[in-house]
Ligand binder design. Sequence first.
Ligand code: SF4
Ligand code: SF4
Ligand code: SF4
Length: 301
Amino acid sequence: MCHLVQAVRPQAEPHVVTVTDIQILADRIEDLLPQTQCTKCGYPACRPYAEAVANGEANYNQCPPGGIEGVARLAALLGKPVIPLNSANGVERARPLAVIDEQVCIGCTLCMQACPVDAIVGAPKQMHTVIAELCTGCDLCVPPCPVDCISMPPVTGDATGWDAWSQSQADAARTRHNQREARLAREREAAEARAAARRAGTAADAPVLSPCATQTAEAAAPSNAPAADDAEAKKRAIIQAALERARKKKEELAAKGQGPRNTDQVSADVQAQIDAAEARRRRLGLTAEGNGDADKPSNPR
Ligand code: SF4
Ligand code: SF4
Ligand code: SF4
């Protein structure tokens, strides 16, 4: 029997551990995680880490954003002692906030693609902006930036771990991450459907798509959602406000002759990164060649 499942069922009669047992335990572990989706635990997001702890693959001290309080919460659930955070995964610290130097940003979109909670808005060749209320401080946008213009200043003073992060912030980050994952899956499906439709059209040597392929593409394409509910409207308002701030800042900087730099004279390495990102966007149908949205501000949801 899995020792972790046994730990939360001390009074249970001996029984065969099922996939359902593991999933229930993973759900309970996931509920205790900070949901920054930072990957510092060694897993691609909080959910896979929760599953790894539930099935005994990972230890319960690998989440730096949760800090020692997070370890204690998991230890209580699992009936285990509180042990130190594994320093190999990082250290407990004040929560940072991503800040983009908008004068240096070249608008390559790499940070936006790396953000697990869609906290960055911008468009190709335009400066990008972090929506502070949505940033989890995960650091994931920093390495991809080819001009090193993202800093991560701490914003919670001496407060660290769960003292610097609330359950409502964790819940919101989890929701945004799940929404992003769903959106990426829809985009992949739509891109595959478009590619299938193109192949079908080419095979038939006819300019009109086959009815089947067209139906598939239409079915997989993002639908025009009905009117947004309150939460959606609030989210859009936050994004709109951030875009408006970015636009005003851009105007102010332009008036001072200090607009974004380096947009035309980037190094060969940086240009290669940008080209690779654009190629990915083209494959996903996210550029003007794909769906005509290339120069619209990206509007994460
Ligand atoms: S917050 Fe980061 S380290 Fe903690 S479980 Fe989630 S992804 Fe892993
Ligand atoms: S803006 Fe950067 S630090 Fe903030 S959540 Fe997104 S990727 Fe993480
Ligand atoms: S230059 Fe840096 S901050 Fe600007 S869009 Fe690219 S990765 Fe983001």
